[in-house]
Design a binder for this molecule. Sequence first.
Ligand code: NAP
Length: 302
Amino acid sequence: MEKPFILHMLTTAKNLSPFDVNMALDAGWVSAVPYINVEPSEVQGLVQDAIFSRSQKGLKRTGIFIGGRDTKQAMDMLRTAKNSMVPPFEVSVFADPSGAFTTAAGMVAATERELQNKFNTSLEGKNILALGGTGPVGQAAAVISAKAGANVRIIGRQLEKAQRIADLCNVEFGNNEINVQAGADADKEEYMKTADAVYATGAAGIQLLNAAQVAAAPQLKVAADVNAVPPSGIAGLDAFHDGTPIEGSNSGAVGIGALAIGNIKYQAQNRLLTKMIDTDKPVYLHFEHAFEVARDYIKEQA
Ligand SMILES: NC(=O)c1ccc[n+]([C@@H]2O[C@H](COP(=O)([O-])OP(=O)(O)OC[C@H]3O[C@@H](n4cnc5c(N)ncnc54)[C@H](OP(=O)(O)O)[C@@H]3O)[C@@H](O)[C@H]2O)c1
């Protein structure tokens, strides 16, 4: 009898995300086993417990998912998990804390598509503001965009916190090869004068850009909003917008709403969970791989 596909799902939080459990089973994993309140120091033990009970063939049907809320912690846990493998006892691992890596990947890939299709340009050299960008989704979106060549500024209510998060992005996720900057929400109208794109990545149900601020932006091309809870994160945007002109934008900006982004996020997460099943060689997946598969999905739709 073939061994069942088992995904060991680790989270530092009190509960595993039901969204992630559904995604795992829908992608073909047969059993999604939750490990909650996991301490990062327990990762090595859990990983080694999982790998030694199965043969090579069984290990191909075994995987590890890392959730939680904290992006740095999840990346550290992914690294620990990888370093805990004892080849040939090795399994694939995928980190997507708070769904942030796949959500950010979907948003950035959709923004890139709109820049290309509507403005015949790319992310390279574009000024992008990640409003409310200090959370997991904003951080991941900032890093993915900066790696694609954009000038990104994370905006938060407190400059010190935004600066701390920008530093984290540059050092931890960007290997000091990117330069994500920080800004205070109080100064955002100044930053909007040169913004080509904005991401609304604040907490659910918070509007971060009002209609007057959208209207006054002289070179805004794309506005993307991941918040599905009314009011929208950016005035004039609808959750269903998908490259739709934003009413009231004097620069002709188009909007991408939360449901359109959610669709690409779904595809990216599904593809990475499926890749863990299909691969012959163990893979270690995070925001960069999420962006690759989100881009692939968008290309296939063109
Ligand atoms: N569409 C999808 O598929 C999808 C998937 C996952 C998540 N999401 C959405 O993505 C968004 C971001 O998620 P997240 O987990 O990264 O967010 P989060 O950590 O909950 O919040 C992000 C930032 O919002 C700011 N914020 C919080 N309360 C605020 C308030 N009252 N006024 C202004 N700013 C406030 C905070 O920044 P400062 O303290 O620095 O100001 C916080 O760091 C959420 O809306 C979530 O629902 C969408």
